[in-house]
Ligand binder design. Structure first.
Ligand SMILES: [Zn+2]
Length: 379
């Protein structure tokens, strides 16, 4: 078991306080544990979505996509999108695009902004990471790659023989000037067979492999470290989830995708699989202030030993109404384990029946659109 407490902690005589959430957010706000101030607020309408932060401040947005995941990390000098997908059939690309339009501005043609005003220019997203090839993480990424100028695309390289993954790869192939990164080395012929077709990544898109422990500079005082990079070896793509630690000034964000410990079990069960791997190999780097809770709060993930190692101050749970096999996530046992850590638990599924405010972000139907959360890391 790791010692609890964050390596970035230092005593501070004046502790900033988080503001009251705009709706019925968590009543308890734990004391800050890093040298950065960390505050959070719900984004229920487009007007609640802030623009780019000033230098020395960063924002982590958990976009309310319904049943899926999309995390936007913003600095003054970079933008990173970790996953963008939903299993909800009604509006799977619309919420992400509406949120990105609110946060970054309109970008691209009429496919990109829905009812908004198309923009001849394409805005930039420096890094797009697909944690693993499941639709609830990937369904909007082909549109994101079409609508934005993307610098680097990160993908485990685990092929899921499905149309959405093929569409993602076609969009990568058209992202001229981008660099495509996979955990497996690029094949000499640059061809990927998926769902009855072959996608060729052209030379205009650079293709490189990455490894665990690789560090990437994002911007001033901001970097990411890859903690899990594996293209093969798992029957379920969840096991290929790219896990990254994102250091923003003195605060750290841990993004886990659908990383698991094993079969559904009580959080008291032993660590296993990807959670055990990253705790064993990167014990210091998993100790984070902000945790994207693995697999939508499923009992496959968030073992107590993992949560003890992370010791988060803020736990982000992205979930929606569609069931995973027979289960609607998050699981109550995981929510209880998160609460026991003292973390503030922020969820996207609190108003999936009906939004109490309007207009919501994206289409006015289906789940999602009014429970996004913006976590601000300030000086
Ligand atoms: Zn998922």
């Amino acid at each position: 078991m790791l010692a609890t407490g964050c390596p970035l902690t230092r005593p501070s005589p004046v502790q900033p306080h988080a503001p009251e959430p705009s709706l019925d957010g968590p009543a308890q706000q734990p004391p800050p544990t890093t040298k950065q101030s960390i505050t959070w607020a719900r984004a229920a309408t487009p007007a609640d979505v802030p623009g780019p932060p000033p230098p020395g401040t960063w924002r982590v947005h958990m976009i309310d996509v319904g049943t899926g995941l999309a995390i936007l990390v913003q600095g003054a000098d970079f933008t990173l999108l970790y996953d963008a997908g939903s299993n909800d059939p009604d509006e799977k690309p619309a919420r992400v695009m509406a949120y990105l339009t609110a946060a970054l501005g309109p970008s691209g043609d009429e496919q990109c902004v829905g009812a908004g005003v198309p923009s001849a220019a394409r805005r930039r997203i420096d890094h797009v990471i697909l944690s693993h090839p499941h639709q609830d993480h990937a369904s909007a990424l082909d549109l994101v790659l079409h609508c934005f100028e993307v610098g680097d695309v990160w993908d485990s390289g685990r092929v899921n023989d499905a149309v959405f993954y093929r569409d993602f790869l076609y969009a990568v192939a058209e992202a001229t000037g981008a660099t495509y990164h996979t955990a497996s080395p690029p094949p000499d012929d640059r061809r990927i067979a998926v769902k009855g077709q072959v996608v060729t990544i052209p030379p205009e898109v650079a293709w490189q492999s990455f490894s665990e422990g690789d560090e990437v500079t994002l911007g001033a005082d901001a970097r990411l470290t890859l903690l899990h990079a594996e293209a093969k070896g798992h029957a379920d793509p969840n096991g290929n989830s790219i896990v990254v630690a994102v250091d923003l000034g003195g605060a750290r964000v841990l993004l886990t995708g659908d990383a698991e410990s094993g079969e559904r079990a009580d959080p008291s069960a032993p660590l296993g699989d990807v959670e055990e791997h990253v705790v064993t190999h990167f014990p210091a780097l998993v100790d984070a202030d902000i945790l994207q809770v693995g697999h939508h709060g499923s009992k496959t993930s968030s073992r107590r030993a993992f949560l003890d190692a992370v010791s988060p101050m803020v736990a982000l749970v992205s979930a929606g109404p569609r069931r995973y096999r027979k289960t609607r996530l998050p699981d109550a046992e995981v929510l209880a384990a998160l609460a026991a850590t003292g973390a503030a638990v922020l969820r996207t599924d609190e108003h999936d029946g009906a939004c109490p405010t309007s207009p919501r972000i994206g289409a006015d139907k289906g789940a999602g659109g009014c429970d996004a959360w913006v976590v601000t890391i300030g000086p």
